[in-house]
Design a protein around this ligand. Structure first.
Ligand code: ADP
Ligand code: MG
Length: 710
């Protein structure tokens, strides 16, 4: 089935789901949706609280999808925002929860006081009916969930805790029952709060694009909702406003802050002819822009989409954490069973069931990933999934593309050598006619030179690009080819004698099979490359290799300067083969490129990194990590962020693991009474929240000033 046919049958619907706070929840919702007839695919995201469903509307309606979600125990938010009814309900919930919390804390103190002999038995004098009422009312949200799960033959951590609580009640420990229920609610609240915190980073991104725009209609500025703006419209943006679309500046002049997209806080000057991105902030001045892209087509729109869907690209650690709940439930049940068999003590058994923290492990990894991916996105470092955060610390081969990646991407023509009787101007004109529609950085150098020297450039026909070799077109009935010596056969003879030891690139120009000259193009190495490579080496990443389509001598000059290996004269498929070769030899490969002539290699690498991705769709789409601006300092930073994140993840997992094992042992031997076990259970959640939120802290402050100074 082609994409078009697919789209004819299946419709994509997005539904906002409320109340999911752990990986288990997304699995439940996904299953509920996939089980429906007429649903082809369903993906549920914890970070955005979204379900994306491909369904056949003739078989299953949106309303039916929503009902299925609700039946699985979660709420659906229709339209946007809260209506008055839910607000009222929230307030009521808050009040009853507060009251319940107060009762529970008082009881906890009373029961502990009794145990320590501070005061005589108080808790025993409260009528059982009062306890039962408090437990039922206070624990209702929890019990409802447990009942729903049980009806679907699912066991959750709350099921275990409820059994534990019932065991405590059975031996007359009513106050303990209240406290257990209270801490179940605390656990839920902490999880919800943690998930919300991590979602914050994403919401910030959303808030960056304005919802209205000033449209110029018949000479008048009118404010319209962003949905009414179309490609080709003229907009005006004034100081203090954010640009609502991607577009080209037509008139005016402004200083804009693009940090929302590129992470670079140094403002840039824009003048007519330059392109601007949605979400940039106009600081000084005012511009009129022609709309080129709107909504999800804009660079920021793509960024948001990528970050939202990052959750789908999970790594191994994350998948393990996700599945953890399915492993730990039987283990805890077994431990509780053994405890009962050996001790015949219902309280110790109850304590074992209660002590294991509900969701902390399942939550630890996704929260850490979300936090670091969100924070990185704010710096203009777009990581498309936890999988890449997990892989980066394991990378041992680093491959670099040359043109547009290692070099500034602003090459200049330094020499124009006409041959076989044509003039310098004619040569430049021919080359520029071929290159005017190529997006290769070298082609743009030719175009710029032709504009600079004011030569007349004709309109080409039959324009064709040979990736990694050159370009060809028909200009005034002559076939003109521009490219390297592998592309221009007639250049073979002189190529030996044209020196490129300075690292410059030679573009040969051929007219109907006859060599008519060549252009020398020099591109400057990005100044921050050597220090970035030095940092990578100091991290132990020593196998660094330049892989380029350029000539051997040009590659050698740069490789020697940087002290790296090189392979030259490569076609896009050769670059792909190199990546595959290293992978077959057991290496983990990162590749950095610009998306031009290296997209297949970027996609195949374990981590493909695109440089200067703002505004270039191929780079954003092919790579796994997109660096929005041309800043090599962000590459070591990317490795640093991943190391730090995996450190936090490991710490979270080890901490909760040890904590739970200790808890089970203490509970099984009767050292930890159920009432304390219940309290202990909610601590890891809080610990993990604190630990993971370290990743939310923006560490960019120092490096930004560094960049600003330079
Ligand atoms: P790199 O691997 O260094 O990024 P590319 O693979 O993009 O380089 O290009 C390799 C070589 O192919 C260039 O050095 C140039 O000689 C030639 N080439 C590619 N595209 C063009 C073009 N549009 N015009 C002229 N030459 C080109
Ligand atoms: Mg390139």
């Amino acid at each position: 089935m082609t994409q078009g046919e697919y789209a004819k049958i299946f419709e994509r619907t997005e539904i906002q789901v409320v109340g999911m706070d752990c990986a288990d929840c997304t699995r439940h919702v996904t299953k509920a949706l996939r089980d429906l007839n007429g649903v082809d695919a369903a993906q549920v995201f914890l970070s955005t609280e979204k379900a994306i469903v491909d369904h056949d509307p003739s078989m299953v309606s949106v309303a039916e999808l929503e009902r299925a979600i609700e039946a699985s125990g979660y709420e659906v938010r229709r339209g946007d925002g809260h209506d008055r009814e839910t607000c009222g309900r929230d307030a009521f919930m808050l009040l009853t929860s507060g009251l319940f919390g107060l009762i529970a804390v008082v009881l906890l103190v009373v029961v502990l006081g009794e145990r320590l002999g501070w005061f005589a038995s108080l808790s025993g004098s409260i009528p059982v009916l009062v306890y039962a009422a408090v437990i039922l009312i206070g624990g209702w949200p929890v019990f409802r969930g447990v009942l729903r799960a049980t009806m679907k033959r699912e066991i959750t951590s709350h099921t275990l805790m409820t059994i534990g609580m019932l065991a405590a009640l059975a031996v007359g420990e009513w106050a303990t029952g209240v406290v257990i229920v209270f801490f179940m609610r605390v656990g839920d609240a902490v999880e919800q709060w943690t998930a919300q915190g991590a979602r914050g980073a994403l919401r910030d991104l959303h808030d960056l694009t304005p919802q209205t725009a000033w449209l110029i209609r018949e000479g008048q500025d009118v404010e319209v909702p962003i949905e009414e703006v179309g490609v080709g419209d003229l907009l005006v943006v004034r100081p203090g406003e954010r640009i609502p679309v991607d577009g080209e500046v037509i008139t005016g002049q402004a200083t804009i802050d693009q940090s929302a997209i590129t992470g670079e806080s140094m403002p840039v000057e824009v003048i007519p002819g330059m392109h601007v991105f949605a979400a940039s902030l106009v600081r000084v001045g005012s511009v009129r822009i022609r709309v080129e892209k709107i909504g999800s087509e804009t660079t920021i729109g793509k960024v948001i989409q990528m970050v939202e869907q990052a959750e789908a690209n999970q790594g191994q650690v994350q998948r393990f954490a996700d599945r953890f709940s399915t492993y730990y439930l039987p283990v805890v049940l077994g431990a509780a069973g053994l405890t009962y068999i050996f001790s015949r003590d219902p309280l110790a058994t109850a304590a074992v069931l209660v002590v294991v923290c509900s969701c902390a492990i399942a939550l630890a990894t996704p929260i850490a990933m979300l936090a670091s991916i969100g924070t990185a996105a704010k710096r203009g470092l777009l990581i498309k999934g936890g999988r890449y955060v997990e892989t980066l610390p394991e990378i041992d081969v680093f491959l670099i593309d040359k043109t547009g990646t290692l070099t500034l991407g602003k090459p200049e023509i330094t020499e124009v050598i006409p041959l076989n009787g044509i003039s310098r101007g004619e040569l430049l004109a021919l080359a520029a006619a071929v290159e005017r529609y190529s997006e290769h950085p070298l082609a743009q150098a030719v175009t710029r030179a032709a504009i600079g020297e004011d030569v007349q450039v004709e309109e080409p026909t039959d324009f064709k690009v040979e990736p990694g070799k050159g370009a060809q077109a028909t200009v005034a009935d002559h076939t003109i080819r521009v490219g390297n010596r592998r592309f221009i056969e007639s250049a073979r003879l002189i190529a030996e004698h044209v020196g490129t030891a300075d690292g410059s690139t030679i573009l040969y120009v051929e007219e109907d099979g006859v060599l008519v000259g060549y252009l020398r193009v020099a591109d400057t190495l990005r100044p921050d490359v050597p220090s970035a490579l030095a940092e990578l080496r100091s991290r132990g990443l020593t196998l660094i290799e330049l892989i380029t389509g350029d000539s051997r001598s040009a590659a050698e000059a740069i490789a020697t300067e940087l002290g790296v290996r090189y392979q030259a004269e490569l076609l896009p498929e050769d670059k792909l083969a190199i990546v595959l070769g290293y992978q077959d030899a057991g290496h983990r490969v990162a590749m950095v490129g610009d998306g031009i002539n290296d997209a297949p290699a970027l996609a195949q690498a374990d981590v493909g990194i695109a440089m200067g991705a703002a505004g270039t769709d191929i780079a954003i789409e092919a790579a796994h990590v997109a660096i929005m601006q041309d800043d090599w300092k962000l590459i070591p930073e990317l490795f640093e962020i991943s190391d730090r994140t995996m450190g936090v993840v490991r710490m979270n997992l080890i901490f909760t693991g040890l904590y739970n094992i200790t808890g089970i042992l203490l509970a099984a031997f009767g050292i930890l009474p159920p009432i304390l076990a219940a309290a202990a259970q909610s601590l890891p959640d809080i610990g993990i929240l604190a630990n993971s939120s370290r990743l939310l802290r923006d560490t960019s402050g120092d490096s930004r000033t560094r960049r600003g100074d330079g």
